[in-house]
Write a protein that binds this ligand. Structure first.
Ligand SMILES: [Zn+2]
Length: 390
């Protein structure tokens, strides 16, 4: 099936995160004292017992972090068993109901609803509650305390000095998000980002158009952490331009990954360094909308306005049908529409039209039906309905 609702320019991003950052930009009253985060840098180090391992993933060598019998994509992101199997090409399940095509790597939370619990060992419930409130304030995502729902997030503190998420997107069943006393509200917002499907922003496949990676300052083990998702054999996409303000963007300080932490591991193309943000950016919200509020194109039929044509030969209906979308998109949105018309003689006619919603535009008139009482006889048609072709 073709999808004719296309983004002609790419936007935001699936993005990136870090475990405990000491560098949240805005003052965060819930942030713990920085000294609590003794082992956390911009890119937190490996936990005790963890090691880098290389697996074959979709024909590529992909370096992951082995942590016990589980694997992490990044220091703060575990892969679910399902995601690991997909990467290895060993996934046999079909729970997403597809009869053909690859399985869905990222599972979204149905109905924009995340069920969750706060475990008794959670170091600072207020940090989680503030992060949830921020997501709910900026998006239409809803967090609901779990009763008996099968799929849910358990916020807890199994590891001190660590902030991580157990899956990219919904794991299925219980999935943990570890929020320790060292995690700020910004860190918790970031980890929730992973739990609903966001990648790290720096892993965009087009990131080299926006940043310079200082490979000379990156320890060999850590090179994989600076590969794009494409280089790691992971399906994904990005929208718009690289979003330096994204909650999923690492700071320029490479932490454990750098030979010399005083030297940045990446800068923008002007040589500027960046620190991590602690709130969702507009770009993050746009990506959220793309994932959880698909363009939602609708055709609405208005009360027709019958006006005389400029030639005075008859009438036309202005703006009978209009395309609307609930959100503004930061790139031109091409929309294909089947238009159904009824003719004066009772016949029907369907044809295809294409429209473009420009950035920021939420409505687009679809042209008029018309009626002419000319010397050649009355002829009219009325645009009765239209459907978006997907
Ligand atoms: Zn992260």
């Amino acid at each position: 099936m073709r999808n004719l609702i296309t983004a002609s320019v790419a936007v935001v991003t699936l993005l990136l995160g870090t475990a405990c950052s000491k560098k949240d930009k805005i003052s965060d009253p819930a942030a713990p004292p920085a000294e609590n985060c003794t082992s956390c840098g911009e890119l937190s180090g490996l936990r005790p017992g963890e090691k880098f391992v290389t697996i074959e993933a979709n024909g590529k060598k992909v370096t992951l972090i082995q942590s016990g019998d589980r694997y992490k994509l990044d220091p703060d992101v575990y892969l679910s068993d399902r995601q690991l199997a997909i990467l290895k090409g060993e996934y046999k399940g079909n729970e997403d109901g597809r009869t053909a095509g690859p399985p869905t790597f990222i599972q979204l939370w149905p109905s924009r609803t995340v069920y969750y619990t706060l475990h008794w060992n959670l170091a600072n419930p207020q940090v989680v509650e503030d992060a949830i409130a921020h997501w709910e304030d900026r998006t239409n995502l809803e967090f609901v305390l779990r009763t008996n729902q099968p799929n849910f997030i358990e916020f807890k503190t199994d590891e001190n000095n660590a902030c991580w998420s157990e899956s990219l997107g919904m794991k299925g069943g219980l999935q943990k998000v570890n929020i320790s006393a060292a995690c700020s509200v910004g860190n918790a917002i970031h980890e929730i980002g992973h739990a609903i499907g966001f990648y790290h922003e720096l892993t965009r496949r087009d990131r080299d158009y926006y940043v310079n990676i200082n490979w000379a300052n990156i320890r060999p083990d850590w090179v994989s952490q600076y590969q794009t998702y494409l280089e790691r054999g992971i399906p994904g996409f990005e929208i718009g331009q690289m979003d330096f303000l994204s909650i999923m963007m690492y700071g320029s300080n490479g932490g454990s990954s750098a030979w010399d932490p005083a030297i940045p591991v990446w800068t923008d193309l002007n040589g500027n360094t960046h620190t991590r943000e602690s709130v969702l950016s507009d770009g993050d919200v746009q990506m959220y909308n793309l994932l959880y509020n698909p363009p939602n194109i609708q055709i609405v039929q208005l009360n027709k306005v019958r006006v005389q044509t400029p030639e005075g030969r008859g009438f036309q209906w202005e703006d009978e049908l209009r395309i609307t979308t609930a959100f503004t998109w930061p790139w031109p949105l091409e929309i294909a529409v089947w238009v159904h018309e009824s003719n004066y003689d009772g016949s029907y006619y369907t044809h295809y039209e294409q429209y473009t919603l420009q950035p920021g535009q939420t409505t687009q008139a679809m042209g008029e039906g018309w009626q002419i009482n000319g010397s050649s006889g009355e002829y009219s048609y009325k645009r009765t309905a239209a459907t978006v072709y997907q």
